[in-house]
Design a protein around this ligand. Sequence first.
Ligand code: GLY
Length: 311
Amino acid sequence: MKYGIIIHGGAWDIPDELVDNHLNGINNALELGYSLLEDNSNAIDIAEKVIVLLENDPTFDAGKGSFLNALGNVEMDAIIATDNYKIGSVAALNNYPNPIKIARAIYDFDGSVMLVGEGAKIFAEQFGFQQCKIEDLLVGRELKRYLKLKNDNSFVPKDAFKQKTRGTVGTVVLDKRGRIAVAVSTGGTPKKPPGRVGDTPLFGAGAYVEKNKLGVAATGYGEDLIKVLISRRVLDFYDRGYNPLESTEQAISFLSKSVKGLGGVITLGKEGLGLAFNTPRMAFGVQTDEIKSFIGINQKDREAVPYTHLT
Ligand code: GLY
């Protein structure tokens, strides 16, 4: 493969009535990303723009449409990284429309790798980002969910992955010059404790990338994804000789067996691509110089991807 892009829109039990919204959102993001790739854009710029589009789409749990935490606030995490070990990451960020843009500003500033909460807000203000109102991110669906769960003491955030809902967004981009970028953004899990940070902003958990190898973006129940360093684990299998698809399958199998975790991963590099998930569904899309646009959401769609390393 010379260049390509893969995108996910969260690994959950996505309900039938939300399938079209997911497929449309992924399709829009893929069209944007692939057209930028063909125009010779830089992998990191493409990854950022694709995630901005998905953050602005209320279908997904990122930016507009994020879940509310236990106090009824929006707290978001995001990461962007490239294959030269450059990383920008933000966590527990309240009320900004596009957390990925703040992660990108941290990446560009090249000082800290990760900023959280109030510190991230101070940085964002210094760099001219405007905070928005919670109403700008809150959609009726999430307000209803919050009111329903607020007094339900039996609910724990991991349960959400078995319920009819939706999730995090992520992408891996290999540009025409062979550079790989990864980006992921999330509103986290419903009713999460204030200050809770998931896998998304943690390099090695929510995303990982190495030069001339693979980029990886994850989704799912963050606590378990952190425990097994899911994204870095894909590279562990790859380094042991598994192909990109097998590497994702092995990592998800390890997640299931070791911590009974729930989630999915996508990966892409010159040697091919892979994706795997152990939730009922994961919205995804892929397009490369060798594979036409392919969008899917079910396990059978995942199996139908024309993986180039197999041909
Ligand atoms: N994977 C997103 C989260 O758990 O926050």
